[in-house]
Design a binder for this molecule. Sequence first.
Ligand SMILES: NC(=O)c1ccc[n+]([C@@H]2O[C@H](COP(=O)([O-])OP(=O)(O)OC[C@H]3O[C@@H](n4cnc5c(N)ncnc54)[C@H](OP(=O)(O)O)[C@@H]3O)[C@@H](O)[C@H]2O)c1
Length: 266
Amino acid sequence: MTSTVSSNPASTNPLDRFRLDDKVVVVTGASSGLGVGFARACAAVGATLVLAARREDRLEALADELRAGGTAVLTRRTDVSVLEDCDALAAAAVEEFGRIDVLVNNAGIGVAGSALRQDPDDYRRTIEINLNGTYWMARACAPHMPEGSSVVNVASVLGWAASRYPQAGYSASKAGVIGLTRDLAQQWSQRRGIRVNALCPGFFDSEITSAEGADNLRTMVAETSILGRFGEQEELDSALLFLASPASSYMTGQSLVVDGGLSATI
Ligand SMILES: NC(=O)c1ccc[n+]([C@@H]2O[C@H](COP(=O)([O-])OP(=O)(O)OC[C@H]3O[C@@H](n4cnc5c(N)ncnc54)[C@H](OP(=O)(O)O)[C@@H]3O)[C@@H](O)[C@H]2O)c1
């Protein structure tokens, strides 16, 4: 009788699919908050890093830390709302490392305020950075991404659900990123072999969530989410590594929500 259990050589460890050995990973917004954690997590599983943001001193400090651990790192000052900056970042990554395997489109800002009082310039800037910057970076990197590559767009649970926090521009920008993710996946996944997914965090410590006026966020999360607390960086890193690596090779055009059950409550 033929066994229905397929052979599984002892050397095949499912966790190997989460590794990024020698993959070239571009992380935008790597000067603070979640982007720093994402860069550290990718380096820990073998990646080569390209770090981008506007504050170069912060990028260099992180690069020094990662290089001390044996990771190859390139830093580049980049404003993702400037198309030419994005093209220059992709070109620099390719010149240094030959290709781009993973783009972590993480750069973003969060400006809160009631819809009728929000400064129109803040609204425009939020869309320029969070939505348009995500698009410019994906366009700049895609031509240099080989088959099997992955784009992870860091959106937000606020792209799916309203919280009790007034953020019209931010919510619109992140809903836009989720739509952009689906469309780029449709255009690139079969034709170019580039998967495109969105990571939608709930609330985590960072400069955005510790900004002035954000002090009532913890109470809101405690009262409205199932787990009743902010997430920890490592609880998001594992989701990021899943989307970035071959572990999610049958997944594209999707959004992965990591929010402690915030969006599951009514
Ligand atoms: N923390 C959360 O709870 C949470 C929840 C959902 C989604 N997110 C998303 O996670 C991402 C990271 O945010 P964070 O929470 O880690 O906040 P953060 O600590 O403020 O980090 C934001 C990062 O984006 C960079 N950035 C901002 N504008 C930029 C621009 N024009 N060009 C290039 N880089 C720019 C900043 O670097 P420079 O200022 O040096 O340029 C910084 O490195 C954002 O997309 C945010 O919307 C965060």
